[in-house]
Design a protein around this ligand. Structure first.
Ligand code: MRU
Length: 367
C-alpha cells in the first residue's frame, strides 16, 4: 500500500521462520487488517485463487515473488534443477486465475531471466531472480505514480467520479491505477467526491475502495451497482474511472463484471469513461476483447452474501452464472491512461504508439 501507516500490499519478507511472501489478506477487510505470510509456493497460489491478493498488477507482483519463493525454498543444489523449479512454479501460478494478463507478463519475465541465468551458480541464480521480482514490485508503484500524474489532469475541480471494483493501492504494489489518479487529483488539492459501486458479488468496491479512500480522507459514497445509471441520469456523475485486467490490441478492455453496464450507461449520458492501467495490462497478441479468457467463479459467491455466514439467498440447487469479468468495447472508452501517456480514440493506433515508448513493457504474453 502507499498510504501512511498501512503495510505494503505484497512484499518479500525475511521472517524467523524463513523467507515469506507477505500480503494484506484482503478477504479480511474492512473488518481487520491481517497480514498473511506465505512460506510456500502453494500458499501464494491459494492466496491468488481465493482473492486474498487481487487486482491485476498485484497478482503479477505476487506471482513474481512466488517464483522467487519457490527457488529459495527449493533444496536444489544445481542451477539446471532450479530452472525446472521456476518452470514448475510458473505453471502452477499461471493456473490460478486466467484473465489478468499481468500474471502471465510477470511469469514470462521471471522465466526468461531464469533461462538467461543458466550459467550462474545456484546462490547467485536465486539472488538474481529475487532482485527481478522485487524490481517488478518497485516498478509497479513507480508506474502507478506516473499514471496518477497523467490522469489527474482529466479530473476537474469539484468532480463526482464513479468507479467500479477496486483499482487502488490494494490492487497494485501501491498507489493504485484508477484510484491512483483520484489520489493524485486529491493531493493536488482538488475538491472531489467518489461514487463507489459496491461490486457484487465479492464487494471489492464496498469493502476495499471505500476503505482505501477513507484512509486518505477522500469523500466517498458507496452505492449498489444498480444505482449508477440513475445517478448519471440525475447529472450527478462527471466521469467514470476504472482499472483493467487485460486490454486487447484494438482497445477492448476486460475488467470486473459490471464494468460494461457502467460504460453503456455513461455513453447514454455522454459522460467520459476512462480506463486506467499500466502497459503490463496490454495484450497485443489478442486482436479484440472477444479473445480474452473470462474467469468463471464458484456459484457460492453469488448464493451467499458473506462467506457462508448467512443463509443462502438463492433456493438450494439454483442454477448460477458467475463470470468474474466482462469486456467493454473500445468504442465506449474515451481514453486509456498509462504510465507513458494517455491513449485516445482511435485507441488501437494510440496504444500502439504509446507502447513503442516503453520496450520494457511486455506485450503479447498471453495465457
Ligand atoms: O477479481 P479481482 O478483484 O481481482 O478484479 C479486479 C479488477 O477487476 C480490477 O478493476 C482490475 O484488476 C484492475 S486493478 C488495478
Amino acid at each position: 500500500m502507499d498510504v501512511s501507516n498501512t503495510p505494503a500490499t505484497v512484499t518479500w519478507t525475511e521472517t524467523p521462520e524463513g523467507p515469506s511472501v507477505r500480503l494484506i489478506d484482503q478477504t479480511c477487510l474492512p473488518g481487520e487488517l491481517v497480514l498473511k505470510d506465505c512460506y510456500a509456493l502453494e500458499e501464494v497460489c491459494e492466496a491468488i485463487k481465493s482473492l486474498r491478493v487481487r487486482g491485476a498488477p498485484a497478482i503479477g507482483c505476487s506471482a513474481a515473488l512466488g517464483v522467487a519463493l519457490a527457488v529459495y525454498t527449493s533444496g536444489a543444489d544445481c542451477t539446471r534443477e532450479l530452472i525446472s523449479v521456476v518452470e514448475d512454479a510458473a505453471k502452477q501460478l499461471a493456473a490460478t486465475r486466467p484473465t489478468a494478463v499481468n500474471l502471465f507478463w510477470a511469469l514470462e519475465r521471471m522465466r526468461q531471466l531464469a533461462q538467461q541465468s543458466a550459467s550462474l551458480p545456484p546462490e547467485a541464480f536465486r539472488q538474481v531472480l529475487l532482485e527481478e521480482a522485487q524490481r517488478i514490485v518497485d516498478d509497479d508503484i513507480d508506474r502507478c505514480r506516473r499514471i496518477g500524474q497523467y490522469g489527474a489532469e482529466l479530473i476537474l475541480e469539484g468532480a463526482n467520479i464513479l468507479t467500479h471494483c477496486n483499482a487502488g493501492a490494494l490492487a497494485t504494489a501501491g498507489y493504485g491505477t484508477a484510484l491512483g489518479i483520484i489520489r493524485a487529483a486529491h493531493q493536488q488539492g482538488k475538491d472531489i467526491h467518489v461514487w463507489a459501486d459496491e461490486t457484487r458479488p465479492l464487494l471489492q468496491g464496498a469493502r476495499l475502495t471505500a476503505w482505501e479512500l477513507a484512509q486518505e480522507g477522500i469523500p466517498c459514497t458507496v452505492i449498489c451497482d444498480s444505482v449508477a445509471a440513475s445517478l448519471m441520469q440525475m447529472g450527478k456523475v462527471d466521469c467514470v474511472v476504472v482499472g483493467a485486467d487485460r486490454i486487447a490490441a484494438n482497445g477492448d478492455v476486460a475488467n470486473k463484471i459490471g464494468t460494461y453496464a457502467v460504460a453503456i450507461a455513461a455513453a447514454r449520458h455522454e459522460i467520459p469513461f476512462y480506463v486506467v492501467a499500466p502497459l503490463s495490462t496490454l495484450d497485443f497478441s489478442l486482436a479484440t476483447g472477444q479473445e480474452i479468457p473470462i474467469e468463471q467463479r464458484s456459484p457460492e459467491e453469488v448464493c451467499y452474501l458473506a462467506d457462508r455466514v448467512t443463509e443462502p439467498i438463492c433456493p438450494e440447487g439454483a442454477d448460477v452464472y458467475n463470470p468474474a469479468f466482462d469486456v467493454t468495447p473500445a468504442e465506449l472508452i474515451a481514453a486509456i491512461i498509462t504510465e507513458v501517456g494517455i491513449a485516445r480514440q482511435p485507441l488501437a493506433a494510440s496504444l500502439a504508439g504509446l507502447s513503442g515508448e516503453d520496450s520494457s513493457a511486455g506485450f503479447g504474453s498471453s495465457s
